[in-house]
Design a protein around this ligand. Structure first.
Ligand SMILES: Cc1ncc(COP(=O)(O)O)c(C=O)c1O
Length: 424
């Protein structure tokens, strides 16, 4: 039979490009993957989690609620604790309305919140502004939804505000502004570039968006993805966009316990403006009517017992060390023509090669790297399909998250040798 029963969404949805890279890494065990976005394996908190589970299940009083369904909003204790920690991070001692647990939703990783935010705001044909480059999994959500995107150039301190204005102005002139629903930024140690957005840039971006709302005819939101915020190893924390006075009603904040604690537990959270809280909550009701109680109760216990803080401190030191190992290897092995973007946290280095050296899957560089058993993420995968510009294809993301120190050294040395061969 020729006809398909699939919905438009079912027909549109595609395998994420990264799944191919992951399969490749799994099928070739000798391959060193500097492509994986996984976190450090050695430090996963097996001991602390074993103790926390034992504690939770040591009595019926604490064990039974953990094994029961919970509420769609999430465990009230975890929401309370998260809100308190988060308002402290943003320098708000008394959780104000913005940082209140009432505006918080616990989710299955922050990924679910990203998905629901797009679901609640975008119809097919709507437009989402994204950083150029951005987190490629988010691009998959937009593509499946049938949403269009426009890239906004990224400087070393976040969005290029002049370019943001240009993009919005162009959309206004072509009468497409009413299709623009939000801008998505990964504001801390961005995936893929490692860039952190300054607070000033958050203020400016929100002000610019507000200026265009009249012509759009509706609010334009800023979705702040703070997945790597806690993985800071240099510099001070920067306040979130929620702390921008007078604009918090336009900010959706996505946070997670995946990176700072354990990716396998996969609990995230969202803070939503009042106007979006109920729609997103109802979508969450349809998805799963609540994240599993067991990991939520476990995390609440991890925070109360101090195990969470302790583990986070270990991770921050670990990634600081691995980033240093990678920096040394890059300095020793990469040709000077390569521009390196150095992160102050997170898991990624970003490398810009001379324009003549392509990094895509079909490129000589990628194929040669593969032949030498080393894998990176081609930069072009991280650029949205923006009809107004070509995708740059001379960049790469290299991660020190999952690889061992030895593999970082060997992998970067192999990549460096391939690059020197091509650049000479
Ligand atoms: C930028 C960014 N946002 C969100 C996520 C999703 O993380 P989680 O769903 O585990 O919270 C990731 C995971 O790699 C990420 O890199």
């Amino acid at each position: 039979m020729k006809k398909t029963a699939l919905s438009e969404l079912g027909r549109r949805v595609k395998a994420p490009p990264i799944s191919w890279l992951m399969e490749l890494a799994l099928s070739r065990p000798q391959l060193i993957s500097l492509a994986a976005g996984f976190t450090d394996h050695e430090t996963l908190p097996v001991g602390p989690v074993r103790e926390l589970f034992a504690g939770l299940l040591s009595s019926r009083r604490t064990g039974q609620p953990a094994l029961q369904y919970g509420s769609t909003t999430g465990d009230p204790v975890l929401r309370q604790l998260t809100a308190a920690d988060f308002s402290l991070l943003d320098g708000v001692l008394e959780p104000r309305k913005v940082h209140s647990p009432d505006r918080m939703l616990i989710t299955n990783g922050s990924q679910q919140l990203l998905y629901m935010a797009v679901e609640a705001l975008c119809d097919p044909g709507d437009i989402v502004l994204v950083e150029d480059p951005t987190y490629f999994v988010f691009l998959g959500i937009l593509q499946a939804r049938g949403a269009a995107s426009r890239g906004v150039r990224l400087d070393h301190d976040g969005l290029n505000i002049g370019h943001l204005e240009q993009v919005l102005e162009r959309l206004k002139r072509s009468s497409e502004l009413r299709r623009v629903k939000m801008i998505y930024i990964v504001s801390y140690y961005q995936n893929p570039t490692g860039v952190t957005t300054s607070f000033e840039k958050k203020v400016k971006a929100l002000k610019v968006l507000r200026r265009y709302e009249k012509a759009a005819g509706h609010p334009i939101y800023l979705l702040e993805d703070a997945a790597y915020r806690e993985l800071r190893f240099r510099g001070a924390d920067i306040k979130s966009a929620l702390a921008v006075k007078g604009h918090s009603d336009r900010v959706i904040y996505a946070g997670t316990y995946s990176k700072p604690f354990a990716t396998g537990i996969r609990v995230g959270f969202g803070i939503l403006p009042e106007s979006l809280f109920a729609p997103v909550l109802h979508l969450k009701g349809n998805h799963d009517f609540g994240t599993s109680n067991l990991p939520q109760k476990l995390l609440a216990q991890a925070i109360v017992s101090g195990k969470y803080e302790e583990h986070l401190a270990t991770l921050q030191k670990r990634y600081a060390h691995k980033a240093r190992v990678m920096r040394r290897a890059l300095q020793e092995n990469f040709p000077v023509e390569v521009e390196l973007w150095e992160p102050g946290g997170g898991l990624y280095y970003w490398a810009r090669l001379p324009h003549s050296i392509k990094t895509g899957i079909k490129s000589k560089l990628f194929q040669s790297a593969l032949a030498h058993d080393v894998l990176y993420v081609p930069g072009a995968l991280c650029y949205c399909d923006d009809p107004t510009r070509r995708k740059p294809d001379h960049e790469m993301r290299i991660s020190f998250g999952a690889a061992t120190e030895e593999n970082i050294r060997v992998g970067v040395a192999r990549l460096g040798a391939v690059l020197r061969d091509l650049i000479k």
